[in-house]
Design a binder for this molecule. Structure first.
Ligand code: ADP
Length: 489
């Protein structure tokens, strides 16, 4: 089922709350009005009984019933001719019954049925409502039953008028409240509508558009600011992706057109086996490099999408570096370069992903040997400094200028495009290295001087506990225990 709009829901809530408040207020007002009208009447009834009691007290103690009847009639018929009053003696003998009461049709009292201190009650006689108070009063050792009454037609009329007023105006008031409530909610939510309309118009083509931000300092400004912040992040990510796609396509175009040209030239006329072999060798080499490039691009794409997750475990960094050093030794030395591997004797464990770690070292060592010509030197060092583990890769190669040092970790950045490409690099290696280091909460820095060489230093945070395997790695390294310089050529 489709949910109602916020504006309508707010209005309904508002109307519901208003209706309950109105009901409570109306019922309360009615109750208070009724109470006060009745208490005025009841006070008057009590006053009448008090007056009568005083009158009876003023009579002679041994006055006969007949005398009393005469006295009461005289006084009350003249002074209180309109009162509703009747008095009975102890044994039920009638003393006084006012003419107003007799006319009203109110029945004579049955004294035996009258309880002491009765509360006033409503009665209707001949279509007229009365409030009657019947009480037993004791005067000069004589008990009398006294009943006074007041017509309450007016009171009831006032109450019914008030009730009608409430019943008539409550729905009108509710309707007015609903209209105002709806108008208010529309007014309050209209900026949200505006934001929605603007947001609906933003697509990939105009991602740089932003929502108007009302400078009100309220929730709407915060909402607009938050959405604008989100748009900026999406735009940055989008630009990154489009840039990446463009760069990746560009990088792939070169080797593929090389492969194609090589094949086309080879097929243009018939050639000897040696020539075909030569062409196929070139194609194979180019294809291998393209595979590596595609693999690197995939790594970056997976890293961007968050799918390239690393398995971080305690790793003996010293052993891992020494192992990688052994793997690379032959390759580096075959290029006429000297390769030195040095390691601190004891090194606490680090938290790392083994394969990512060897990939990082491979990128740095590969670069070092790529950009260093014989008879240069390459050094690989692992150790501890300032409470952190570090791995340094030094070379005596071509070096990197200060300006380029700031950019080499960016994707597809190559210092010298032509030279770098001829060595097989697409400018991705260091950006992968940078990502790996970031995933390890580490840092990677470069120190370099043109013509003198470069040093890449990676620092990793150490794990708290130390492992017994730390001291027992000489077997893996194939170096004599206790020696810092593990290998020298
Ligand atoms: P590539 O695959 O092109 O080597 P990288 O991202 O690994 O890409 O490196 C980016 C650029 O940094 C390289 O093109 C190169 O110019 C420069 N660079 C990297 N390592 C070294 C180094 N050890 N000596 C000199 N220049 C280097």
């Amino acid at each position: 089922m489709r949910r109602l709009s916020i504006g309508l829901r707010l209005t309904l809530w508002y109307v519901a709350v208003f209706a309950v408040a109105q009901l409570v207020f109306g019922a309360g007002m009615y109750f208070i009005l009724r109470q006060s009208l009745y208490s005025i009447t009841d006070d008057a009834l009590h006053d009448q009984i008090d007056d009568l009691t005083h009158f009876l007290e003023a009579q002679k103690k041994n006055a006969t019933v007949a005398k009393l009847q005469e006295e009461v009639s005289e006084t009350y018929l003249i002074e209180h001719s309109g009162d509703y009053l009747q008095i009975y003696g102890e044994s039920g003998d009638w003393i006084f019954r006012s003419s107003a009461l007799a006319r009203s049709g109110i029945a004579p009292i049955e004294p035996r049925l009258v309880e002491d201190q009765q509360q006033p009650r409503d009665v209707v006689f001949d279509g007229h409502a009365f409030r009657l108070l019947t009480q037993r009063v004791e005067v000069n050792r004589h008990a009398y039953t006294v009943q006074t009454g007041l017509p309450i037609d007016q009171v009831l009329k006032t109450l019914s008028l008030f009730r009608r007023f409430l019943l008539l105006f409550a729905p009108l008031l509710l309707l007015a409240a609903a209209t105002v409530g709806y108008w208010l909610s529309r007014k309050a939510l209209s900026p949200v509508d505006l934001i929605t309309r603007t947001a609906q118009n933003i697509s990939a083509r105009n991602l740089s558009d932003r929502l108007d931000t009302p400078k009100t300092g309220d929730e709407l400004q915060r909402l607009s600011d938050t959405l604008n912040g989100m748009l900026s992040r999406i735009e940055a990510a989008f630009l990154r992706i489009t840039q990446f796609t463009a760069d990746a396509s560009h990088e792939l175009r070169t080797p593929i057109s090389l492969i194609r040209t090589e094949a086309e030239i080879a097929l243009r006329k018939s050639r000897g086996e040696a020539e075909y072999r030569q062409a196929l060798r070139h194609i194979l080499l180019e294809s291998e490099q393209t595979s590596v490039l595609i693999e690197e691009l995939l790594t970056l794409a997976r890293a961007d999408s968050g799918r390239e997750s690393l398995q971080l475990r305690p790793v003996d960094l010293r052993a891992a570096v020494l192992r990688t050093g052994n793997e690379w030794r032959q390759m580096i030395e075959s290029r006429g370069l000297r390769f030195d591997v040095t390691a601190d004797e004891i090194l606490p464990m680090v938290t790392a992903d083994r394969s990512a770690l060897s990939r990082l070292l491979a990128i740095l060592l590969d670069n070092a040997q790529k950009y260093t010509s014989a008879p240069g030197k390459i050094g690989l060092e692992v150790g501890k400094v300032d409470g952190k583990a570090f791995v340094a890769v030094r070379d005596t190669g071509i070096g990197i200028s200060q300006k380029d040092q700031a950019k080499i970790f960016e994707r597809f950045y190559r210092v010298d495009t032509a030279r770098s490409r001829s060595r097989g690099g697409a400018g991705i290696g260091l950006s992968i290295a940078h990502w790996i280091v970031q995933q390890h909460d580490g840092t990677i820095t470069v120190q370099s001087e043109i013509g003198k060489g470069s040093t890449f230093i990676v620092e990793f945070p150490l794990r708290r506990e130390t492992s017994k395997s730390e001291t027992d790695i000489s077997a893996i390294a194939g170096a004599p225990a206790g020696s810092r310089q593990l290998s020298k050529h």
